[in-house]
Design a protein around this ligand. Structure first.
Ligand code: NAD
Ligand code: DAU
Length: 352
C-alpha cells in the first residue's frame, strides 16, 4: 500500500509526510515541482526511510503522473501542490492559474484514468483528498458567524479564486465521474518549515535580523491560526474516516488580530533571545501600505470534523507559537539556506 503526496516539499506537505511516516507503516511517494517554496531540506530527516520516495515533477505533467500511478499503485492521493501566497498572486497571478486550476484539472484527469483501471475492491478503498483553504469563503465582518462547509464561495484574491476553482473541479469530478474525493478547507497554519514570506516566520526572522516588522494597514485583520501538525492530523483523520464527496472545515478556534500575533512573537523573542540593547522587538513594528483587497476576517467553524470524525486541535495558540519561535531559533541553518537570492528579490519587490 502507498499514498502519493503532492506539494510534499512545501510547508504543510513536508509536515504531513514527516508526521505520516512517524505514525504509519505505509509508503509515501512525495511529488513536488520544487518551486521557490519547495525545499527538500524539509524532508532530509526521512530521505533514507525505506517507506519514503521522492519524485520531482509538476501536477500538470500527465505523462509523469500516469507513470507514477502505474509504478506505485497508490490507494490515495493527497493534493497539497499549489501556489500559496496571496501577495504573490496579486503581483503575478499566472502561476496560480496554471498550477492551482490547470494543474489540479490535469491531476484529476490522470487520477480518473488510473481509478478506472482499479478492481472493484481497490476502487472502494481509493481516495483523492484535496487540501484547500478557508479563503474560498471570502471575508467576514466582526459579528458574522464563522465559516461553515455550507457557506457560499466568495473568493476575493487571485489566490483564493484559483483555489475555489480547484475545489469546484474536485467536486465536479466526484459528481460527474464518481471519483471518491474528500476536500478540506483549513485556516492559517503556522509551525516548523514555514516559508518566511508569510506573516509569522517573516516577522520572527526580520525581528532577529534587526529589521522592520511590516504590518499591513491597521493590523486589525483577523486570522484563525492552527498549528501545522494539528492540520496534518486533521487531514489524516479525514483520509481515514471522511465520507466520500464531503467537505470538512479545519481550524484552530484561535482568532487573532495580526498586530496581536506580532506582539506575541515579540514577547516570546524578548524572553527567549532578548535584543542586545535591552529594548523590545516591538520597537521594530512598522505600519505599511495595506494589501489590495485585503480580507478583514477569517474564522472556521470546525464543528463538523469534530462531531463526525472526532478531530480536535491539540495545541493552543500559546503552546504552538512558543514551539514555533523556538524551532526558528534552533534551526538557523535552515533559515540561512532558505534566504536565497530569489527570496531577497521577493522582499525587495513586495516591501519596496
Ligand atoms: P507552500 O507554498 O509552502 O508549498 C507548496 C508546495 O507545492 C511547494 O513545495 C511547491 O514546490 C509545490 N508546487 C507548486 N506548484 C507545483 C506544481 N505545479 N506541481 C507540483 N508541486 C508544486 O504551501 P503550503 O502553505 O504548504 O500549502 C499547501 C496547501 O495547503 C496549498 O494547497 C494551500 O492552498 C493549502 N493551505 C495552506 C494554508 C496555510 O496556512 N499555509 C492554509 C490552508 C490551506
Ligand atoms: O487562511 C488560509 C491561508 O492563510 C492560506 O490559504 C494561504 O496559503 C496562506 O498563505 C495564508 O494566507 P494569508 O494571506 O492569511 O497569510 P499571510 O501570512 O500572507 O498573512 C497573514 C496576515 O498578515 C494577513 O492578514 C496579511 C498580514 N500580513 C502579511 C505579511 C506577509 C502583514 O500584515 N504583513 C506582512 O508582511
Amino acid at each position: 500500500m502507498s499514498i502519493i503526496v503532492t506539494g510534499a516539499a512545501g510547508f504543510i506537505g513536508s509536515n504531513f509526510v514527516l508526521n505520516w511516516l512517524n505514525n504509519n507503516n505505509e509508503k509515501v511517494i512525495a511529488l513536488d515541482k520544487l518551486t521557490y517554496a519547495g525545499n527538500l531540506e524539509n524532508l532530509k530527516s526521512v530521505e533514507n526511510n525505506p517507506n519514503y520516495a521522492f519524485a520531482q515533477g509538476d501536477i500538470g505533467d500527465s505523462t509523469l503522473l500516469a507513470k507514477l500511478f502505474q509504478e506505485h499503485q497508490p490507494r490515495a492521493i493527497v493534493n497539497f501542490a499549489a501556489e500559496s501566497h496571496v501577495d504573490r498572486s496579486i503581483h503575478g497571478p499566472d502561476d496560480f492559474m496554471q498550477t492551482n486550476i490547470i494543474g489540479t484539472y490535469r491531476l484529476l484527469e490522470e487520477v480518473r484514468s488510473f481509478f478506472n483501471t482499479l478492481s472493484d475492491d481497490a476502487k472502494t478503498q481509493f481516495r483523492f483528498l484535496h487540501v484547500s483553504t478557508d479563503e474560498v469563503y471570502g471575508t467576514l465582518s466582526a459579528s458574522d458567524p464563522a465559516f461553515k462547509e455550507t457557506n457560499q464561495y466568495e473568493p476575493n484574491s487571485p489566490y483564493s479564486a484559483s483555489k475555489a476553482a480547484s475545489d469546484h473541479l474536485v467536486r465536479a469530478w466526484h459528481h460527474t465521474y464518481g471519483l471518491p474525493v474528500l476536500t478540506t478547507n483549513c485556516s492559517n497554519n503556522y509551525g516548523p518549515y514555514h516559508f518566511p514570506e508569510k506573516l509569522i516566520p517573516l516577522c520572527i526572522l526580520k525581528a532577529l535580523q534587526g529589521q522592520d516588522l511590516p504590518i499591513y494597514g491597521d493590523g486589525q485583520q483577523i486570522r484563525d491560526w492552527l498549528y501545522v501538525v494539528d492540520h496534518c492530523k486533521g487531514i489524516a483523520t479525514v483520509l481515514e474516516k471522511g465520507a466520500i464527496g464531503e467537505t470538512y472545515n479545519i481550524g484552530g478556534w484561535n482568532e487573532k488580530a495580526n498586530l496581536d500575533v506580532v506582539h506575541t512573537l515579540c514577547d516570546l523573542l524578548d524572553e527567549l533571545q532578548p535584543r542586545e540593547d535591552g529594548k523590545s522587538y516591538k520597537d521594530q513594528i512598522t505600519f505599511v501600505k495595506d494589501r489590495p483587497g485585503h480580507d478583514r476576517r477569517y474564522a472556521i467553524d470546525a464543528t463538523k470534523i469534530s462531531n463526525e470524525l472526532g478531530w480536535k486541535p491539540e495545541e493552543t495558540f500559546e503552546t504552538g507559537i512558543r514551539k514555533t519561535v523556538q524551532w526558528y531559533l534552533d534551526n538557523q541553518d535552515w533559515v540561512a539556506n532558505v534566504q536565497s537570492g530569489e527570496y531577497q528579490h521577493w522582499l525587495n519587490k513586495n516591501y519596496s
